[in-house]
Write a protein that binds this ligand. Sequence first.
Ligand code: SF4
Length: 715
Amino acid sequence: APELRRTRTRSVCCYCGVGCGVLIDAEHGPDGSRIVGIEGDPEHPANRGRLCTKGRSLPQTASSLSGRLLAPELRHLRQETRRPVDWALALDTVADRLAGIVQQHGPDAVAFYISGQLLTEDYYVFNKLAKGLLGTNNIDTNSRLCMSSAVSGYKLALGADGPPTCYEDLELAKTVLFAGSNMAYAHPVLFRRLEAARERDAEVRWIVIDPRRTDTAAMADLHLQIQPGTDVALFNGMLHHLIWEGRVDAAFIAAHTEGYAELKQLLRDYTPRMAAELCGIAVADLIQAADWFGRDVAALSLYCMGLNQSAHGTDKNLALIHLHLATGQIGKPGAGPFSLTGQPNAMGGREVGGMATMLAAHREIGNDADRAELESLWGLPGHSLSAKPGLSAVALFEALRSGRVKAVWIACTNPVHSMPDIGQVREALQQAEYVIVQEAFRNTDTVPYADVLLPAASWGEKDGSVTNSERRISRVRAAVPAPGQARPDWWIANEVARRLEARLGPPGVAPLFAFDGPAQIFDEHRRLTVGRDHDIGGLDYPRLDRQGPQQWPFPAGAAQGLARRYGDGVFATANGRARFHPTPYRPVAEATSARFPLRLLTGRLRDQWHGMSRSGRVPGAFAHSPEPGLRMQPQDAARRGLAQGDLVKVISKRGELVLPLELSDEVASGTVFAAMHWSGQFLSSGGINEVSQPAVDARSLQPELKHAAVRVEKA
Ligand code: SF4
């Protein structure tokens, strides 16, 4: 038998923001290469060798070519079937169509919708293509659905994006406040670290704030089962209690913050009793939570989509950060507000500015000096970067639907599953003049809308880097070559950009897209960060290979990155002071009514990921939750004449879908829950976003995917 060569490659899990290090085992023989095994990397500081069920099953998602896109495909007319073509024809066609649309309608007629699952280098090239070459800021990502409210909260309160904390704080915290995070499911490896820390220390207290009794909530010392969307009232009530009990850190407030007096004035109204009534919880429980938070021990908050996916997500983030600022629980071991990133590289995408509301290296679109600096760094003529904010996710698809945007390039994401109110997204893609979809998998809900389909390399086949939830940059490495004609995402964007540069004329003196690989892209990216809050001038691939994953900032001359930010009490604002913002409680965007009397909550299952294009390929991933379902409290079901297993219609103002009913005490009376993962691939009636609603937070522009008013009827 021909001999097989075996390799072991150090890389990172592609699923979530924990960013676990992995060792990928591959076999290479005369019939090609394949990934055959995985282990947690014992040397990676995020996971120290551990992996969760999703991470452990990655080889099963990578070993089969069934369902993979292996060649570019295109069609000239919508009613035609796409046919396979070679790369040269696909790339030339895309460049011709985009150049034509830009010449006829201007650069803002083109938009990009990319992904927090792209590598930093992929993101960098897309962002430079949109903003540097075409001159449009119409590039947004599915990170808008994930972390934008956390970003707004950090920037407004602390002056800069990114958490002040690190994973080591999980083991040092004495009070742990989980807000809108089912961490046992969504960030399991970090949750195990917390569990181990609690087993070692009887002083540790867990408070979980969640309208649903999740597995995380079931393990808490105190579960505050609040009414959906009332988080701000709760945080305000907790801070009221601490202020009027004299338990805030007056010296820290005076030395390091501003805006406290205005906030205190607002909080006068938020007595614990008033706040507890709004939240639908016992006043004693609110006071207990505040007392544990205000103990003279380290307090850490861990929060996720329950705060972010809200029409008031920025306020929710701010109100939680206020608790930390007022008690001085920030910048020291075991303490601070810690947003848990949903996607594996949402943070890396923001570092390169790959969103509609920011520029590269945490620069601002509306800041003249920031634009001028970036023009100089990219070798562009003055005033060539657009000062007009681009279209964020929801607005982008609305503009496609109305015809303002003519062409969209979607990469590594499935908006026909993940966007709110997907009926409108389908309409937008039908209306669009030109739809480019760049994907690894053939069966996503978005692929049927593609006029051109570009096959992308996937996990285990790509080189680059990602940044995890604690600001740690890790190298991602290819264990096997990409199958068929699939290519890395950066390469596809770079090839189209080079052709566009030829057709439209280069904006600068030197070509913008002469990249020959991810190392060169990373080098250009890091040069742009020098002097910025996330300066990584001291990091390059050789150093990451030598020293392993590193946290930012890591400026030139540093021996290591910074584990914890703001330890000196100096924040990233212009005057160095953190800022309190008045945060009045406002209700959810869509109130219940006689026609839509139930509150629909959405969330994750333990072993599935997003729209299941990857995890749905693993039979074992269905063992924990084999079927979709709508969870409803037994008494609510009985009142409607419904029983376990009945097929029910979930109906909102926007659409409907059919699900089997699951009786469950995890939801309170008046609320129902459905998982976000099941999509049109698995359900004839489409996924839960048939009924979700697109109201967005005014500052973060993140939609309220977590809550909608619905009614439930027997199907
Ligand atoms: Fe992958 Fe996240 Fe699981 Fe780690 S915790 S193995 S990064 S899915």
